[in-house]
Design a protein around this ligand. Structure first.
Ligand code: NAD
Length: 318
């Protein structure tokens, strides 16, 4: 299967990720069959897509005509057979439960022809583990999007133990065609690349707060105004190149020893969860959130992401 052979895609699971990924596919002119076991999730996905369109239109990234045309080619269904019939590419974005994904992959294989490529958006179950129930594991690869998928450019393309080169190349080419920035993850390791980097920082952030070195607000400020300020432009390795590898080596020689090596999350973090402080969805996490502020905070987040993406593209053209 090659990119030019794809004329229709199926998205399995119409939750947070399935909705945004459907939007990206349709904007690239791929007709989408969006499958979910619950009709109300499909209805909610269409509402989310319309809301995202409004933000993109407002920011000049999409015209109303293009948005309407994209919506016209997304169809929801609660029939797996209907979703998969005539699809050459399938993206699975169902809940992160291995038994559920196993059942789904077995069912999908009984409907799809062996040439159809199936990608999983799993965050951490592993492509190899998910594909272990498949008769054709070579056509199964990882396509790991980042939330919100319609705004974040990165897509990780993951090679499971049995994924074929053809499947990997297809997922990468599709990500390119959707205007995303794919990264090839050559080994099916826990957390792939993105979450390993994200959680290395998160572990140290928790450690700094737990040991009273800095407040949660100042951890975030240090990232946003210092370390993270550079990251849209320079990754950690190029930062080291520009700073001088001898300096970075010398700091690493004494600092690695002092960094957190915790193998379980700290007690203070567990305490927040046990106390029902789950973040914005319960009104409190590391910060407190006013009732009714959620939509506005998420709207602002999306605006920042869009503006950052526009700036990166603008500078890239210079
Ligand atoms: P979600 O809970 O928002 O959506 C899952 C959807 O799947 C729901 O609409 C549910 O009704 C539906 N569903 C349940 N059983 C199903 C079945 N048997 N067949 C088809 N659909 C079924 O979840 P999400 O956040 O969209 O995550 C989906 C996948 O993407 C997970 O594997 C998750 O780990 C991964 N992922 C999530 C994020 C994130 O930030 N949310 C980021 C990257 C990857």
């Amino acid at each position: 299967m090659k990119l030019e052979d794809i004329s229709r895609v199926a998205i399995i699971g119409a939750g947070t990720m399935g909705a945004g990924i459907s939007l990206c596919m349709a904007q690239a002119d791929y007709p989408v069959l969006l499958y979910d076991i619950r009709q109300e999730q499909i209805d909610a996905a269409f509402r989310r897509i319309r809301n995202s369109h409004e933000v993109l239109i407002q920011e000049g990234l999409l015209t109303r005509d293009r948005a309407e045309a994209a919506l016209d080619i997304i169809r929801g269904t609660t029939s797996l057979k209907e979703a998969l019939t005539d699809a050459q590419f399938v993206l699975e974005a169902a809940p992160e439960v291995l038994e559920l994904k196993h059942k789904l992959f077995s069912e999908m294989e009984s409907i799809c022809g062996p040439e159809v490529a199936i990608a999983t958006n799993t965050s951490g179950l592993g492509v190899t583990a998910i594909a272990s129930v498949c008769r054709h594991p070579e056509r199964v690869g990882g396509m790991h999007w980042v939330n919100p998928p319609e705004l974040v450019p990165l897509v990780e393309v993951i090679r499971g133990e049995k994924t074929s080169q053809e499947t990997l190349a297809l997922i990468r080419d599709l990500a390119d065609r959707l205007g995303k920035m794919p990264v090839m993850v050559q080994k099916d390791v826990p957390g792939f690349a993105l979450n390993r980097l994200q959680f290395a920082v998160f572990r140290e952030a928790l450690y700094l707060v737990e040991t009273g070195v800095v407040s949660p607000e100042d951890v975030d400020r240090t990232m946003r105004c210092g370390v993270g300020f550079r990251y849209p432009w320079l990754g950690p390795l190029q930062t080291a190149d520009l700073g001088g590898l001898d300096i970075f080596y010398s700091v690493a020689s004494y600092l690695f020893e002092a960094l957190s090596r915790a193998t379980i999350p700290p007690a203070s973090f567990k305490g927040l969860i046990d106390g029902g402080k789950l973040g914005i969805k319960t009104g409190e996490g590391f910060y407190k959130y006013e009732a009714g502020s959620r939509d506005e905070i998420l709207r602002k987040r999306d605006l920042y992401f869009i503006r950052q993406w526009k700036l990166i593209q603008e500078v890239g053209k210079q």
